[in-house]
Design a protein around this ligand. Structure first.
Ligand code: UD1
Ligand code: MG
Length: 460
């Protein structure tokens, strides 16, 4: 027998299910919430509660699920449940891990991604205060389909599955979330004692409660909010879970000092980093890999991905930052500007209607409206370098590879395809001609043409 060591924790995550109601070729637990596969949220929560061993039980499309969970965390082991014979049978697929477990054993579900580490902590505290089996339960107005928690005061007597329950038991509204914690020293004996003599002919994890009581062990149920135990069975529930996740994360950001003027319209990614005192205006979407520094403002309707925004920078409205956009302190990126794979030095401005891709923009450079870096020749991407304090005139095309020095000016409308040395003026447009009276003459000629077409009925 292993020595119980209350400081260690082993978590088994059940992720073998088919998830038919998702109507998807993708295994259910791989559907993303805030851009991260559901099962990986559960792994992160397990790790944040101090689990030193995390075992994921896979079955349906096992190889795909294994690849995703192993790619997420190299401390995770995977175990295949070849046949689906119930939740106890699924947990036992990780027998090798449970045999070695000391301390606490926690069972989580790969399709219940909102479970909070605080709930797991409270279950583990109950183990430490003398309980042997702990179940997280919730009260609900719609208990149909859930296992009912049959209690006597603080004691948990049994969990009755819907299909095995009497009418009286079905009236109980305190339900099993599915999440359980065991003192690891008893877990294997309890699991091995579970039989399949029930309405579904399955090995129920929930039967461990009655078995534990028969053996004089102590079982309790701890109540958690229903929302934290939401399971995903179909895409409607996936959207509900996504919305709850977003709400939680927005609230956490606001409590950490982020201003959101219309939080319900801001979409965060699981890895979005928002420093205190940044301001996020309505309808901003954060895709993967965005970090916003203190004092920055992201104005309405901007879309950011793989971007770093420096202190005090202002982005948008209607800006698009793509992977590799690195905006320095106090930079400005205005409306209808796209930045990709480009650094903007401190105080640089790209205020209107521009594409800056694969570029280095020096500090305090001013990029005029409509400037385009022509970075792609159909085969390769090339770099544009713009020196400090450069003034790029409106509607300049910078044909990469090209380097323009510090303090240069390009005349509006220029196509710059050769390097420009520091402090030079570059201009590449045809000289202007003014033809006196010519506009009036053209108008008169065009009006006459229109009138003659009307006369012979050939207009339109
Ligand atoms: C289970 C509980 C029920 C609880 C409910 C909460 C049991 C017997 N019942 O019921 O008390 O109220 O969850 O949602 O535990 N799985 C496997 N392999 C299997 C069977 C299940 O990996 O052989 C996984 C499923 O993919 C799922 C989880 O375990 O993630 C729960 O299984 P499910 O069939 O949904 O159990 P329920 O009948 O909902
Ligand atoms: Mg279920």
């Amino acid at each position: 027998m292993t020595t119980p060591d209350q400081t260690t924790c082993t978590t088994v995550i059940l992720a073998a299910g088919e998830g038919k109601r998702m109507r998807s070729d993708t295994p259910k637990v791989l559907h993303p919430v805030a851009g991260l596969a559901m099962v990986n949220h559960v792994i992160d929560t397990a790790i944040s509660t101090g689990s030193d061993t995390v075992a994921v039980v896979v079955g349906n499309q096992a190889e795909r699920v294994e690849a995703v969970v192993r790619g997420h965390s190299d401390t995770v082991s995977t175990h295949i449940q070849h046949e689906r014979k119930g939740t106890a049978h699924a947990v036992l697929a990780a027998r090798a891990v449970i045999e070695k477990a000391g301390g606490d054993l926690v069972i989580l579900y790969g399709d219940v991604p909102l479970i909070r580490s605080e709930a797991i902590d409270s279950a583990r505290e109950a183990l430490r205060s003398g309980c042997d089996v702990v179940v997280l339960g919730f009260h609900t107005a719609k208990p149909t389909g859930y296992g009912r928690l049959l209690t006597d005061g603080a004691q948990l007597l049994a969990i009755r599955e819907e299909k095995d329950a009497t009418d009286e038991e079905r009236k109980v509204t305190f339900c099993n979330s599915g999440i359980m914690a065991f003192r690891a020293e008893h877990a294997l004996d309890l699991l091995d004692a579970v039989g399949s003599g029930n309405a579904q002919g399955e090995y129920y994890l929930t039967d461990t409660v009655e078995i534990a009581r028969e053996r004089g062990l102590k079982a309790v149920a701890i109540e958690v909010p229903e929302a934290d135990t939401l399971g995903v069975n179909d895409r409607v529930q996936l959207a509900q879970v996504e919305e709850l996740w977003q709400q939680r994360r927005r609230e956490a950001a606001m409590r950490d000092g982020v201003t959101m003027t219309s939080p319900g319209t801001v979409i965060l990614h699981h890895d979005t980093q928002l420093a205190s005192d940044c301001i996020i205006e309505p309808n901003v979407v954060f895709a993967a890999g965005v970090s916003i520094s203190s004092g920055a403002t992201i104005r309405a309707f901007s879309h950011l991905e793989g971007a770093t925004v420096g202190e005090g920078a202002v982005v948008g409205p209607y800006a698009r930052l793509r992977p590799g956009a690195d905006l320095g302190k106090s930079t400005k990126v205005g409306n209808f500007v796209e930045i990709k794979g480009a650094t903007l030095g401190e105080g640089a401005k790209v205020n209107h209607l521009s594409y800056i891709g694969d570029a280095e923009v020096g500090a305090k450079a001013n990029i005029g409206a409509g400037t385009i870096t022509c970075n792609y020749d159909g085969y390769n991407k090339w770099k544009t370098r713009i020196g400090e304090g450069a003034f790029i005139g409106s509607n300049t095309s910078l044909v990469a590879p090209v380097t323009v020095g510090a303090g240069i000016i390009t005349a509006a409308g220029s196509v710059i395809s050769r390097d420009v040395e520091a402090d030079a003026l570059a201009i590449t447009r045809a000289e202007q001609k003014n033809l006196p009276g010519k506009a009036k003459q053209l108008r008169e000629r065009n009006a006459a043409t229109k009138a003659s077409k009307k006369l012979d009925g050939s207009s339109k």
